[in-house]
Design a protein around this ligand. Structure first.
Ligand code: FES
Length: 107
């Protein structure tokens, strides 16, 4: 079962064991992780599920689609090279430990 660590801007960490088949966003929302808003419920319409992955983590998750790339230009916090929308970060059985950083603002 993938273990995902959410790191807040103040350094506080939340570690969750999340089931394969879910997404980083769904796990965060279900657990009440601060800073993952997900207004559109994962329909790729809000960009309020923005997270920063750790360098190289892009290889673990499915490649970014053009739609995600476009929506990432609308995030409240600055976009970085490691920015992803957590609703698009699907969790699979082969994943082990993952870390994402939560931005300081989502709306
Ligand atoms: S939850 Fe709205 S884009 Fe991810």
């Amino acid at each position: 079962m993938p273990k995902v660590t959410f790191v807040q801007p103040d350094g506080v960490e939340t570690v969750l064991d999340l089931p394969a088949g879910s997404t980083v966003m769904r796990g965060a929302v279900a657990a009440g992780v601060r800073g993952v808003v997900a207004e559109c419920g994962g329909n790729l319409m809000c960009a309020t599920c923005h997270v920063y992955t750790v360098d190289g983590a892009g290889d673990v998750f499915a490649a970014m689609t053009d739609d995600e790339d476009e929506l990432l230009d609308c995030t409240a916090a600055p976009r970085r090279d490691t920015s992803r929308l957590s609703c698009q970060l699907g969790l699979t059985e082969g994943m082990d430990e993952l870390v994402v950083h939560v931005p300081g603002a989502q709306t």
